[in-house]
Design a protein around this ligand. Structure first.
Ligand code: PEP
Ligand code: MN
Length: 371
């Protein structure tokens, strides 16, 4: 694993003990629209005012952004209302012109992170630049691609570095526009505990009514900030209309969110937590002991099937077993998807182990004759 050399979020943003907030419209549409958004955000804690200048759109008929003309509007709005500014860059030229106009923070969009050539080109343009850079996760759930993009930017000397978690395109997910796959954000945190993670509930949900819940979940996990799209008249927005909120609703969301502390120095809390964690450790060892015992039985089943030349999988048995385990899980108050996911893994490993045993070379019989 490559070590990234970065400076802390607090050192470049001044934000500590609360989430960093990046907010503003998906796209800059006019100077008035930016000014109105910012005016209505007054008094709300927004650290960076965002607006998309160049939009990487799925279809060529979609609005592709105002382009360079909108950069002075963004910077002017930020200065007038006392907010730093942020925009997405997808090429070296975007980097140069955005910085030239005085944009404070740049982010790399999900559709750009997937392409190492583009990321490298952007990285070269960022050499010697002091502005913070945030890398959105790639559209596909590919950690290596995300890490690779960060490494390229970091190797170009950018120290003020962070990531934006905006969800992943995965087949079959209907609840969200982009599946959050929180486990990837957690894995990212485990691998790089010092890199700030900003969650983007707007692009995860694609729906304004779910933004608060996803934002709260990010806070529950102790992530570092939020990027939320806000527009003076969301339904009329030229891009991402369904997921944008009014500036007033954004203020409300930020008020409603409960920010969790990373830990507490309270002695009672620490003692209670240590006891509970001890119980969890003990239970986890029991779970592993049981899984190992279960596997020994699986091996006996495999010997039995092998002797009788019977297939590893009997689908009727698997269906009946799953049904029984899900019923029991429900009685015990466990979520059905959780129990199902566990049993799918247990069963897959059991079939794999049986196959391994059934196809093993027969043990060599003792050939020496001692008679
Ligand atoms: C955006 O932030 O407006 C955007 C296009 O996001 P993403 O790159 O996450 O799709
Ligand atoms: Mn958008």
């Amino acid at each position: 694993m490559t070590t990234l050399v970065t400076s802390s979020l607090a050192s470049w943003s001044g934000v500590e003990g609360r989430p960093l907030v990046i907010a503003g419209p998906c796209s800059a549409e006019s100077e008035e629209q930016l000014m109105e958004t910012a005016r209505r955000l007054r008094g709300t804690r927004v650290d960076y005012f965002r607006a998309g200048i160049w939009k990487a759109r799925t279809r060529p008929s979609n609005f592709e952004g105002i382009g360079d003309t909108a950069l002075p509007w963004l910077v002017k709005t930020g200065r007038q209302f006392g907010m730093k500014t942020a925009t997405e860059v997808a090429t070296a030229q975007h980097v140069e012109i955005a910085l030239h106009h005085g944009v404070d923070l740049l982010w790399i969009g999900a559709r750009t992170t997937v392409n190492p050539f583009s990321v490298q080109e952007i990285a070269e343009a960022l050499r010697g630049v002091n502005a913070p850079v945030l890398v959105k996760n790639p559209t596909s759930p590919d950690m290596a691609l995300w890490m690779g993009a960060l490494e390229r930017i970091n190797r170009a000397g950018v120290r003020r570095l962070g990531v934006i978690h905006r969800g992943f395109s995965v087949a079959g997910v209907v609840r969200y526009r982009n599946a959050p796959m929180w486990e990837l954000a957690i894995e990212f945190r485990r691998m790089h505990p010092d890199i700030p993670i900003i969650t983007d509930p707007s692009h995860i949900t694609g729906r304004r009514d779910m933004i608060l819940d996803v934002a709260q979940h990010a806070m529950d996990l102790g992530l570092d900030g939020l990027m939320i799209e806000a527009h003076p008249n969301p339904d009329q927005a030229w891009s991402d209309a369904a997921q944008q909120v009014t500036p007033e609703r954004l203020a409300e969301i930020l008020d409603l969110i409960k920010v969790r502390r990373e830990t507490s120095a309270d002695a009672g809390f620490l003692a209670a937590l240590a006891t509970l964690r001890g119980r969890i450790d003990h239970l986890d060892h029991e779970i592993l002991d049981l899984l190992a015992k279960r596997m020994r039985v699986v091996e006996e089943i495999a010997d039995c099937k092998r002797e009788n030349n019977v297939a590893t999988l009997q689908v009727s048995r698997w269906s009946a077993m799953l049904e029984d385990r899900l019923d029991r899980a429900q009685t015990l108050g466990l979520a059905a998807e959780y129990a199902q996911a566990i049993y799918e893994i247990i069963h897959r490993e059991s079939v794999r182990r049986q196959s391994e045993i059934m196809n093993a070379e027969p043990a060599l019989e003792a050939t020496e004759d001692h008679s």
